[in-house]
Ligand binder design. Structure first.
Ligand SMILES: O=C(O)c1cc(=O)[nH]c(=O)n1[C@@H]1O[C@H](COP(=O)(O)O)[C@@H](O)[C@H]1O
Length: 309
């Protein structure tokens, strides 16, 4: 799947991911009104609204982008109907030819990690049939439990040709509390980066590894260091837009050939119509506003990459 992701990034010339992190306050009123007709159950209504809202955006941006990243918490909070909307979103995006990064941030003791890996990236066997339960292409993984929490994911990635992005340096304000702690003079995020490179050596695609890393756009200097520590690792870079990251901050996350990183924006794209820059589209045309925001983001990042040469 890493090979497919790289191919799609080259085809679209868009090293970006649209984060599908729906919130009720983002869903236009006309969609929520329609959703009231489908069921008596409030959770079913919300889940229906989420899926229709996502579908509207995906229909207007799929041709511009290589990948999407649905964040499971935004669906899970609405219970089982929410998870159904997550799965329907995954399937719809795959049908549109998009690479799907399941932002699930899992990681546990080995046997439990294996169950997460099977559920999201692998297949179960039942009555002689193999069934892929959630079937994302990539998953985000938390490395706090060490190698035995990660290895079951890597095993499934090799079997299924899928991938993971391991949290290395996260974008949030408190990420330094643990991740920047020095151990024998080295920050923890560098040690995790070294480990990600080592895990990846055993699971290589053509040019990049099945084992990617997450490094926040909000820490560009650390991104520069980590790029060097993990040369064969694709870096997922969240924190663009709503968290303050801009194209010019991100050039060092990329390799010289313009590959090696993929930048996520969620709220900045899917709720573009609520922002001053795109308000003129209006609520009904929310998906057009998202398309304009995607075009602007691609331009911003590509101009920054061209500018560094
Ligand atoms: O793994 C992630 O995607 C992630 C890691 C990180 O360090 N920071 C981070 O913001 N994220 C996710 O990236 C998305 C960012 O959303 P926006 O700030 O709306 O663009 C959310 O889904 C976060 O859960």
């Amino acid at each position: 799947m890493i090979n497919q992701l790289v191919k799609k990034i080259k085809e679209t010339k868009a090293p970006i991911v649209v984060g599908l992190d729906p919130m009720i306050s983002f869903i236009p009123k006309h969609i929520l009104e329609e959703a009231k007709e489908v069921s008596e159950d409030p959770l079913e209504q919300i889940a229906h609204g989420i899926y229709e809202y996502n579908k509207g955006i995906v229909d207007r941006v799929w041709d511009l982008i290589p990948a999407v990243k649905p964040q499971i918490a935004m669906y899970e909070q609405f219970g089982v109907p929410g998870l159904v909307a997550f799965k329907k979103t995954v399937d719809y995006c795959k049908k549109k030819g998009l690479v799907v990064i399941g932002d699930i941030k899992r990681g546990d003791i080995g046997s439990t990690s294996a169950a997460y890996a099977v559920g999201h990236l692998g297949k179960i066997e039942w009555n002689g049939k193999k069934i892929a339960p959630f079937d994302e292409d990539f998953a985000t993984v938390n490395p706090y439990l060490g190698s035995d929490g990660i290895n079951p994911f890597i095993d499934i990635c090799k079997e299924e040709k899928k991938g993971i992005f391991v949290l290395v340096k996260t974008s949030n304000p408190s990420s330094g509390e643990f991740q920047d702690q020095l151990i024998d003079g080295k920050p923890l995020y560098e040690l995790v980066g070294e480990k990600v490179a080592e895990w990846g050596d055993g699971a290589m695609g053509d040019d990049y590894s099945y084992v990617g890393a997450v490094v926040g756009a909000t820490y560009p200097e650390m991104g520069k260091v980590l790029r060097k520590i993990m040369p064969k690792t694709y870096i997922l870079v969240p924190g663009y837009g709503a968290q303050g990251g801009k194209g010019k901050d991100l050039v060092h996350f990329f390799n010289e050939d313009g590959l090696g990183a993929i930048v996520n924006s969620s709220r900045g794209i899917i709720a573009a119509y609520q922002q001053d820059a795109y308000k003129q589209f209006g609520e009904k045309n929310y998906a057009e506003a998202s398309r304009a925001a995607v075009e602007d983001m691609i331009l911003d990042i590509n101009q920054a990459l061209e500018g560094r040469n």
